[in-house]
Design a binder for this molecule. Structure first.
Ligand SMILES: NC(=O)c1ccc[n+]([C@@H]2O[C@H](COP(=O)([O-])OP(=O)(O)OC[C@H]3O[C@@H](n4cnc5c(N)ncnc54)[C@H](O)[C@@H]3O)[C@@H](O)[C@H]2O)c1
Length: 254
């Protein structure tokens, strides 16, 4: 098993890529702290992990709230004794249309909220999680940004800024905490078939139109990202830090 005896926090594990990672990490031997702000989704992931023979707890967390993140870290350590893997996966995007607009049309409150959920969350989990990871002898931090961090687009400006910040902060944390045996890497997914992009993709599916056509000619699946995260979480990637991995079916290579 590739994650035997490891303890993983996965934020946004109630849905999509986070849920897929919870199931895959647990199959590989990790105990999972399932973090999400929606209890019904988080509980469902815990049930799925347990049904498959794994071990998980749900910890309700709004990742943009300091008190919630501190509770996430505290409860994980008091339950499982350590943190080896911190997977910052929670995020908001296409499901909130105005916040995915250009700077002129994005309400100020939406801008702040998107930055808080996607980027401030990474600061908070690092601030409170890294000291515990150092106590455990190190570990792996995985951050989910987006190809929006690497290419310009006509809209989604707050999201793009937040994800760009995640890529930059991942590198900085990798440099700062490498000597403490903490690795920090970033995944930039392309279009992945999850509830996040359903409001945009579902109408296109109905009319038989493609969305963001990539050389691989399909949408990514949550498992495509979770398997990349598994590699970054495992000791197989022990010489890898500060890296940005693009997993997009070749979309930005075009
Ligand atoms: N789906 C895509 O096409 C795509 C592309 C690039 C990047 N991403 C990124 O991938 C990550 C995972 O998204 P997904 O595609 O699985 O979407 P999803 O909507 O299926 O899952 C996101 C999860 O995060 C949770 N969440 C949202 N805000 C939260 C908060 N403040 N606190 C705690 N939990 C919160 C949601 O409840 C949900 O369970 C996100 O960071 C997203 O930005 C997605």
């Amino acid at each position: 098993m590739r994650l035997k005896n490891k303890v993983a926090i996965i934020t946004g594990a109630g849905s999509g890529q986070g849920r897929a990672a919870a199931l895959i990490f647990s199959r590989e031997g990790a105990r999972i702290a399932v973090s999400d702000w929606k209890p019904e989704l988080g509980d469902e992931t815990v049930t799925l992990v347990k049904k498959a023979g794994g071990e998980a707890i749900f910890i309700r967390t709004d990742v943009s709230e300091s008190a919630d993140v501190q509770n996430l870290v505290r409860t994980t350590v008091s339950t499982y004794g350590r943190i080896d893997i911190l997977y910052n996966n929670a995020g908001v995007g296409f499901s909130s249309p105005l916040s995915m607009s250009d700077v002129i049309n994005t309400p100020e409150a939406d801008w702040d909220r998107v930055i808080a959920i996607n980027l401030r969350s990474m600061y908070l989990t690092a601030k409170y999680g890294i000291p515990e990871m150092i106590k455990s002898g190190g570990g792996s931090i995985i951050n989910t940004a987006s190809i929006a961090a690497l290419i310009g687009s006509e809209a989604a400006h707050a999201y793009t800024a937040a994800k760009g910040g995640m890529v930059a902060l991942s590198r900085a944390l990798a440099v700062e905490f490498g000597p403490k045996n903490i690795r920090v890497n970033c995944i930039c997914p392309g279009a992945i078939d999850t509830p996040m992009i359903a409001p945009v993709v579902d109408p296109l599916k109905k009319s038989g139109q493609p969305f963001m056509t990539s050389p691989i000619r399909r949408l990514g699946m949550p498992e495509d990202i979770a398997n990349c995260a598994l590699y970054l979480a495992s000791d197989e990637s022990s010489f890898m830090t500060g890296a940005t991995l693009v997993v997009d079916g070749g979309y930005i290579a075009q």
